[in-house]
Design a protein around this ligand. Structure first.
Ligand code: SF4
Length: 458
């Protein structure tokens, strides 16, 4: 998962890209990058860590121009390090090209092999670099056609923002796995992964970029280009609604908070329980826990407090015990929990290790009974479309039955939201990607089928 933003029009576009990244920080904390384009010349700054850490006033002054791209990186494909951070910027025969990508190509390794055979030199290991090479090597006459030809060769998940000179391109893959929204500024346009970025820069939400759509913004004008075709079954990622997107964003036509509340309500209907209070694993489960409380009538409490200042990679070497990561991040409120029958609502269960640690904290705080509820189905399959998930062997839902997981977590009862219940809560008949729950992969897994290594990107 990554966050991307593109701005075209305002005098200091990089300022708005910076604010947009700030709003998209939850989509990646490993590195941040901004590229600004002035008179066709791109200036780039990429830094490890949070957006606020890497871009002071002096840095922003350097990033001049009316066009800018921004990216927050979630460490996945190719490992950490700035060499794999974005935007990627290169100079080729049609000018300076910059690119940011959210998603994961499922044929990246196959294309890379082909490009290497033809003499291409790769600097980084992320799949996005393949796209840059495909554009640069295109024999088509102009940048519009070069972009189209390159994107037509990609399989898998991509929401892309590209600048060639001062022109901004936006595109989504034919399945529409990852989000990308278009907003209007008084003096230009902004594109971003989520609407919360539009809100912060006071852009008016116009619409989602459609699956398979390619847009160009040039001299203030929004120009539709020939598209990539729309897949017969579009596949917006339902995990965006479960966990990734911010609750104040609107994704896939749903306000994320509303969708999560509905998941919580449905979960309460599917797995009722007698209990004294319900609480969330903050923050991503707050809305689902509220929905559970509203439907069940069990009072909602703030019983777990999350420390928001835990460094991303902070592990004290002498204290790195089994529960330490959990303890440093969450603290239970004993007065709320002691002697109570509690319902804990989490958005999803991936490895299960955090949940195990949490349950032991809750038991230590004196809970009489612990009932665990998960506002999504068991995660049984890895994601190949842009979400960094562990291997199948590491997924607790792939290895163990629900009863075995209940015993492993040491809870009195365990209930997952059903796949039908989750889809029924949001889709109104629309298709979603649910591959990590159902194992039904829609976009071909080209590299995997050829036995090539598949890397999650972002
Ligand atoms: S496999 Fe899961 S996380 Fe990946 S795109 Fe599909 S729903 Fe989203």
């Amino acid at each position: 998962m990554c966050g991307i933003v593109g701005v075209s029009g305002p005098e200091h576009a990089a300022e708005l890209a910076f604010l947009g990244l700030y709003a998209l920080q939850h989509r990646g904390q490993e590195a941040a990058g901004i590229c600004a384009v002035e008179d066709g010349q791109a200036r780039l700054r990429r830094e490890d860590g949070l957006v606020m850490e890497g871009f002071d006033d002096a840095a922003m002054q350097e990033l001049r121009g009316r066009v800018a791209l921004g990216h927050t990186r979630y460490s996945t494909a190719g490992g950490e390090g700035l060499v794999n951070a974005q935007p990627i910027v290169v100079r080729y025969h049609s000018g300076e090209l910059a690119l940011v990508h959210n998603g994961n190509l499922t044929n990246a390794q196959s294309l890379r092999e082909e490009l290497v055979r033809e003499g291409a030199l790769f600097r980084a290991t992320v799949d996005s670099e393949v796209i840059v090479h495909l554009i640069a090597r295109s024999r088509r006459a102009n940048p519009d056609e070069q972009v189209h030809e390159a994107l037509s060769r990609l399989t898998g998940a991509f929401s892309l923002l590209i600048t060639i000179g001062d022109t901004l391109y936006a595109a989504r893959d034919p399945w529409g796995y990852r989000p990308l929204v278009l907003g209007r500024l008084p003096d230009g346009w902004v594109l971003a992964s989520e609407t919360c970025a539009l809100d912060l820069v006071r852009a008016e939400f116009v619409r989602e970029v459609e699956p398979g759509e390619v847009l160009k913004i040039q001299d203030g004008e929004l120009i539709p280009l020939p598209g990539l075709g729309r897949a017969a079954r579009v596949q917006p990622c339902i995990f965006e609604l479960v966990y990734f997107a911010r609750p104040d964003s609107k994704v896939w036509g749903e306000t994320v908070d509303r969708a999560r509340r509905e998941f919580g309500r449905q979960l309460a209907r599917e797995h009722p329980v007698e209990a004294d209070c319900v609480f969330s694993v903050p923050d991503s489960s707050n809305s689902a826990a509220l929905g559970f409380s509203e439907e069940s009538g069990i009072p909602f409490e703030l019983a777990l407090i999350r420390n928001h200042y835990v460094g991303r990679t902070f592990i004290h070497p002498t204290q790195a015990g089994r529960d330490f990561r959990v303890r440093i991040k969450y603290n239970p409120v004993r007065e709320v929990i002691e002697g109570k029958r509690v319902v804990v609502v989490d958005d999803s269960l991936v490895r299960g290790t955090t949940s195990q640690g949490l349950v032991s904290l809750i038991r230590e705080a004196g809970a009489k009974e612990v009932h665990f509820r998960v506002a999504s189905p068991p995660v049984r399959s890895p994601c190949f479309y842009g979400i960094d998930m562990p291997t199948r062997e590491e997924l607790i839902g792939a290895r163990l039955s629900v009863e075995e997981i209940r015993r492993k977590l040491d809870v009195d009862s365990l209930g997952y939201l059903s796949l039908e219940g989750m889809l029924g809560a949001v889709n109104g008949g629309r298709p979603f990607c649910t591959a990590c729950f159902s194992g039904d992969y829609e976009a071909p897994l080209v590299d995997l089928e050829r036995g090539l290594p598949v890397q999650a990107h972002c």
